[in-house]
Design a binder for this molecule. Structure first.
Ligand code: CAA
Length: 263
C-alpha cells in the first residue's frame, strides 16, 4: 500500500485512482532540501508503478505554504560553479520526472509557491490555487536565478514577457492575478478539494489517450509547428490502436457511458 510507505518529508495518501503527495517540512514552509527532493523522486516512481493510480495531486502541508522554494539553508554548501550546476541539475531532474509522467498531475497550491515551489507547480499539468496563494520566482533577490526549470517552463507557459516581469521583479503574484495570466487554471477556497474535482473529470477519460495528449503537448513545445503536427499524428495513430478507442466510439454511438480499461 502506497500510504504505508515511510518517508520523512513527504506523505502519500491514496484513495482509489487519486494519489495525493504532500510535501511536509513544518518549520521551513515545506522548502525543498536534498532529502525532500529525493523523497519526491522516489515517491513519484512508486506512485506511477501502481497501476491503480490515474491522477497525481501534489500539495503542501499546512495552510501557509505549498513550497517556499529550495531550502536556502543548504545553499552555504555550494562552494563552486560545479556545485551550483549540480544543484540545479538535481532539482531539474526531479521536476522533469514529474513533467514526464504518463498520468495527469495537478498542483494544489495552498499558499506560498516561491522559487523551487513554483517550479514544482510548473512541472505539473494543471495548477489549482487557493485564494490566498502567492506565486513567484524571487531567486534574483538571493543573487540567483530559478534553477529547477523556472526560466524555461514559466516562459513557455505564460510567455517570455510576463515570465521576465515575474523573474526580474521577484514579486509575489496573488492567486487572482495568476489566474488572469494563465499561471494557474483555477482559484478555489480549498485548493485540494477543487484539485480532486478536476482529477475526477480527468479520470472519466481514457488513460492512454491522456498520456498521449501529454506526450504530444510536451514534445510539441520543443519543436516547430510542422514537426509538432507530425508528433500529433503519430500519437493519434497510437490512440486508434487501443481498445479504449473502440470502447469510446461504441459507447457514444450506443448512447451509454464508456468503461475504459486503459488498454
Ligand atoms: N528555505 C529554507 N527555509 C525557509 C524557506 C526556504 N526557502 N522559506 C521559509 N523558510 C523558513 C524560514 O527561515 C523560517 O524559519 P525559522 O522559523 O526557523 O526562522 C520559517 O520557514 C518561516 O518563514 P518566515 O519566518 O520567513 O515566514 P514569513 O511569513 O515571515 O515569510 C516567506 C514567508 C515570504 C515565504 C519567506 O519565508 C521567504 O521569503 N522565504 C524564502 C522564499 C524564497 O526566496 N524562495 C526561493 C528559494 S531559492 C530557489 O528556490 C532556487 C531554485 O530555483 C532552485
Amino acid at each position: 500500500q502506497l500510504d504505508e510507505l515511510e518517508f520523512n518529508t513527504v506523505q502519500i495518501d491514496q484513495h482509489g485512482p487519486i494519489a495525493v503527495l504532500t510535501i511536509s517540512r513544518p518549520g521551513a514552509l515545506n522548502a525543498l532540501n536534498a532529502e525532500t527532493l529525493s523523497e519526491i523522486a522516489r515517491a513519484v516512481d512508486l506512485i506511477v508503478e501502481d497501476a491503480e493510480v490515474g491522477v497525481l495531486i501534489i500539495t503542501g502541508a499546512g495552510e501557509k505554504a505549498f513550497v517556499a522554494g529550495a531550502d536556502i539553508s543548504e545553499f552555504t554548501q555550494v562552494q563552486s560553479v560545479y556545485d551550483g550546476r549540480e544543484l540545479a541539475l538535481s532539482g531539474q531532474d526531479v521536476m522533469s520526472r514529474i513533467a514526464g509522467l504518463p498520468i495527469p498531475t495537478i498542483a494544489a497550491v495552498n499558499g506560498y509557491a516561491l522559487g523551487g515551489g513554483l517550479e514544482l507547480a510548473l512541472a505539473c499539468d494543471v495548477r489549482v490555487a487557493a485564494g490566498t496563494a502567492r506565486l513567484g520566482l524571487p531567486e534574483v533577490g538571493l543573487g540567483l536565478l530559478p534553477g529547477f526549470g523556472g526560466t524555461q517552463r514559466l516562459a513557455r507557459l505564460i510567455g517570455a514577457g510576463r515570465a521576465l516581469d515575474m523573474m526580474l521583479t521577484a514579486r509575489q503574484v496573488p492567486a487572482e492575478e495568476a489566474l488572469g495570466m494563465g499561471l494557474v487554471n483555477y482559484v478555489a477556497d480549498d485548493a485540494l478539494t477543487r484539485a480532486r474535482e478536476v482529477a475526477e473529470l480527468m479520470l472519466r477519460n481514457a488513460p492512454i489517450a491522456l498520456s498521449l495528449v501529454k506526450e504530444a503537448v510536451r514534445r510539441g513545445l520543443d519543436t516547430s509547428l510542422e514537426a509538432g503536427l507530425e508528433i500529433e499524428a503519430d500519437m493519434f495513430g497510437l490512440a486508434t490502436a487501443t481498445a479504449d478507442f473502440k470502447e469510446g466510439v461504441d459507447a457514444f454511438l450506443n448512447k451509454r457511458r464508456p468503461a475504459f480499461q486503459g488498454e
